[in-house]
Structure formats: structure tokens, C-alpha cells
Design a protein around this ligand. Structure first.
Ligand code: AMP
Ligand code: ZN
Length: 460
């Protein structure tokens, strides 16, 4: 397998620490709002990585954290507390907000057919591990106390700070894009532990050797990954926005605490989903689309998965509804072809599966894998039963539920109209029934039929 490593900026042959097992850590959601489809693009990429590793015979020890404390609106130490912001918006406690959106995220994962990680540790359940790592950093001479009482990481003490982002010394000194903070010795220094004095009305607080308070955001990932995967492991993932701050600081913490380098062998980053060139979808901007919204608009979550699979994870992907329509049609046509093959699976076709394996193992060239699935379906030389066996194997990577009947979720508005129309028909109000049918069909996505049980609606 070859994977592109952000640390070296090259595609490398992947050789895990243990011969048949892979330690994989993925930065998970901050649960103060629904995930947007940009976030979900990153989780689709990570799911593909996991599936390709499994396709190649590895057991994947997959960890994804749930951030429910400490993440400020800026990834550095500025701005409001994200969880607090969510709680104020919804007039709930931060704990309720965290619980609700963590659950909503799991539902999104299931809808997108993302495999569940082996561990999903919550930050608030691992405060002691974080305190432990900060203590180690203190012992190793990497910390200082700011005038505000917060504990900071001293980036000037770490020889190779910034290596992931390839930040050069000049840039570090200038502190490009980082506001000057009088509490910090160096512009890139960051908070390990906030004390009460700074965020007095913080709902989530714990005792610590430095006073009552709460952890900085970055410490949760280095502390929890070490707990579940050991002091050194194979692959760490996230979106490209994490390269300059979050992942850079995670490396500083882990390598500063243990002294072992490299902490992580391969760093992989998914590029952004954008609304148009250069305009990133972002939660904080509130310009985001959720998976729920796509379902309300009549799409299946797997249409969006198919949409993501068509482009490489390291390329920016531009979202528009026409593109999603094309993905929906593509997936539906492919499924129809597969459903026509019958139920009986024969032998896996080696010629196709080998080429498929080579494509997806080349830094996750899943788009090529997908086009091989199409080639297979159109190949008159391969029997239907062998096609079915082969496509099932491909689908272990693609995760599109290709051999399952086409499922669709009706948007709530359509369900309402169906009930209304059935009532109108009972009352023999044909005019009204026709009007409602026109409303349902107006979007061009749905078709109305009169079945034995009343109004039936199918995707067009
Ligand atoms: P967050 O919940 O904000 O911590 O982000 C969760 C994941 O989504 C992280 O890996 C981010 O890097 C990633 N991410 C954020 N915005 C986008 C975007 N527009 N496109 C793709 N991934 C994103
Ligand atoms: Zn992280």
C-alpha cells in the first residue's frame, strides 16, 4: 500500500509497526452542532482508509475522539468556547448539548455507512490522562504559567516544533496569522490548561495541580491516542485545517511528554469541501449544509457518499446540487444493474479485483476503483454470478450497499402530503388529490402512484 504522508510530503510504502495491525487515530467531531457535509467528507475519507487497510488484510485499531470540552472558535486560543456557544444558542447545559450532537453524529455515521471505530473516547472522560500528560511536559521543562494563571506549552523548547506544517523559524517568530497575546512567550505557544480566572462561567471544570479549570483543546488527542494506541503508532488523520495548529501542537505535546520520535509515522489529511472555489464550508460560519438537509431534499445519504467517492481525498471538492443529482443518478443506475444480476454469487473475478486492489491501495484512488466497478458491470465476458461476487468484494471498500435494494427516505414534507392526499381521496376530493400529486412531483425528484394502500411515492 502507498499512502501520502503530510510529514514528508511524499507517497510512501506503508509498513505498520506491527506486521498485521494498524493503529489509526482520527480527530472526531466537536459536538456543539450537527456535523456539516464538509466534516462528513473527511470522515468518509477516513472510512475509506480504514476499509482499504482491512481489504489489505490488516486489523485496524481505529480510534475517534469526541470533543466535548475546550475547543474555542479559533483552533488557537482565541474566541469563544464552542460548547458554551452551543449551550447558549439552545438554552441547554453544555452536557445536554454534547449528548444530543454526539448522538446525531452517530446517526450520520450510520446513514453514510461509516464503520464504527473500535474506541470513541470522550474528552470529558479523560481529564486525568490529560493532566498526566501535562505533568510530564512540566517535568520535561516544556511548560510555563502565564500571567493569567493558564499553563502554556513553550514552543521554543522543542527543537523541531512546526515540522508537520513545515513552519520555518522566521514564520514562527513572526507568528503569522496569530494574534499577539501578552501571556505568551512565543506567538505559537498554546494553552495546555485554562484556569478558572479566565473563563469564570465555564460549566465544565475540574481540579488540577494548577487550579480548577479545563484543558486546552489539543491535549485531548495526544493524551487519548497514547492511552488507546500506545506512545507511538501508525496513522493519524484529519482535515487539512488541522495541519498548522491542532496537529502541530498534538505532535509537540506527545513528543515532548514521551521523548519518543516520531510519535506518528504517517499523517494523512483530507482536503476541503467547498461551496465554490476557496470558500470552505465551516460550522462557525453557519453557512453549512447538514446530511439531514440533504435527506429533506430527497437524497439518500449514500448519494453523498458516492459524490465524495468520485474525487480524490487530497483534492478540493466543490459542492453543488447538480453534482449531487449526478451522483444520485450514478448510484441508482449502478444499483439497478447489480439488482438485475440475480441473487446467486459465483466466484470473485481475479482480473478485476486485483486491478481494483492496486487502484485503491495507491493512496486511496477510490474513484478509479469505482470506475472499475462500472467496467465490470458492462463486461460481457464475465458471468452475472461472478459479477455479483466481485462487486460484493469491491463494496467492502466502496461501502455503498451496492447489493441491497434501493432505499430512500421520504422527506417529512412529502410524508405530510401523502397523508393529506390519502385523506382527500377518502373524501373523494379528486381535485385536491391531483393538486397534491402535482406538488409532490413538482421538484422532478418524485413520482406518485396509486397503490392498494393509497398514495405511493417513488424516486424518479
Ligand atoms: P470539527 O468538528 O470542527 O472539529 O471538524 C471535524 C473534522 O472535519 C476535522 O477533521 C476537520 O478538519 C474537518 N473539516 C472541517 N471543515 C471541513 C470542510 N469544509 N471540508 C472537509 N473537512 C472539513
Ligand atoms: Zn485531534
Amino acid at each position: 500500500m502507498k499512502l501520502f504522508n503530510t510529514l514528508t510530503r511524499t507517497k510512501e510504502e506503508f509498513l505498520p509497526e506491527k506486521p498485521d495491525q494498524v493503529g489509526l487515530y482520527c480527530c472526531g467531531p466537536t459536538v456543539y452542532n450537527y456535523a456539516h457535509i464538509g466534516n462528513l467528507r473527511t470522515y468518509v475519507f477516513e472510512d475509506l482508509l480504514r476499509r482499504v487497510l482491512e481489504f489489505n488484510g490488516y486489523v485496524v485499531n481505529h480510534v475517534m475522539n469526541i470533543t466535548d470540552v475546550g475547543h474555542l472558535t479559533s483552533d488557537a486560543d482565541e474566541g469563544e468556547d464552542k460548547m458554551k456557544k452551543g449551550a447558549e444558542r439552545e438554552k441547554k447545559t453544555v452536557w445536554e448539548v454534547a449528548e444530543y450532537y454526539a448522538q446525531a453524529f452517530l446517526e450520520d455515521m450510520d446513514r453514510l455507512n461509516l464503520l464504527q471505530p473500535r474506541w470513541k473516547p470522550k474528552a470529558t472522560d479523560h481529564i486525568q490522562e490529560m493532566i498526566g500528560q501535562i505533568k510530564k511536559l512540566e517535568t520535561n521543562g516544556f511548560t510555563y504559567t502565564g500571567n493569567n494563571g493558564n499553563i502554556y506549552f513553550d514552543t521554543s523548547k522543542l527543537e523541531d516544533y512546526g515540522k508537520l506544517a513545515q513552519l520555518d523559524k522566521q514564520e514562527l517568530q513572526a507568528g503569522a496569522r496569530i494574534e499577539v497575546d501578552p501571556n505568551k512567550k512565543n506567538p505559537h505557544d498554546f494553552v495546555l490548561w485554562f484556569v478558572e480566572s479566565k473563563h469564570g462561567d465555564q460549566e465544565m471544570q475540574w481540579d488540577s495541580p494548577w487550579g480548577r479549570g479545563f484543558p486546552g483543546w489539543h491535549i485531548e488527542c495526544s493524551a487519548m491516542s497514547v492511552k488507546y494506541l500506545g506512545e507511538q503508532f501508525d496513522i493519524h488523520c484529519g482535515g487539512i485545517d488541522h495541519i498548522p495548529v491542532h496537529h502541530t501542537n498534538e505532535i509537540a505535546q506527545a513528543e515532548g511528554a514521551t521523548g519518543k520520535k516520531p510519535w506518528v509515522k504517517i499523517w494523512m489529511h483530507g482536503n476541503f469541501l467547498v461551496l465554490k472555489k476557496g470558500v470552505k464550508m465551516a460550522k462557525a460560519e453557519e453557512n453549512f449544509l447538514t446530511l439531514r438537509r440533504l435527506v429533506e431534499e430527497g437524497y439518500d445519504a449514500l448519494d453523498y457518499r458516492y459524490f465524495c467517492l468520485q474525487s480524490h481525498y487530497r483534492k478540493e471538492l466543490s459542492f453543488d446540487w447538480e453534482g449531487l443529482d449526478a451522483a444520485r443518478t450514478g448510484l441508482r443506475r449502478l444499483k439497478e444493474k447489480i439488482l438485475n444480476l440475480g441473487d446467486e454469487a459465483g466466484a470473485v473475478n481475479d482480473h478485476y479485483i486485483e486491478r481494483f486492489g492496486v487502484a485503491v491501495s495507491d493512496d486511496l484512488n477510490v474513484a478509479q476503483g469505482l470506475s472499475l466497478a462500472w467496467d465490470l458491470m458492462d463486461d460481457a465476458e464475465v458471468s452475472d454470478t461472478d459479477k455479483l461476487a466481485t462487486i460484493k468484494k469491491m463494496d467492502r471498500v466502496l461501502g455503498l450497499k451496492l447489493d441491497e435494494p434501493i432505499e430512500f427516505e421520504l422527506p417529512p414534507q412529502i410524508t405530510e402530503w401523502i397523508l393529506e392526499r390519502n385523506k382527500a381521496r377518502e373524501q373523494k376530493n379528486w381535485k385536491k388529490a391531483d393538486k397534491i400529486r402535482d406538488k409532490i412531483e413538482a421538484s422532478g425528484k418524485w413520482m406518485v402512484k396509486d397503490g392498494p394502500g393509497g398514495t405511493e411515492v417513488h424516486p424518479k
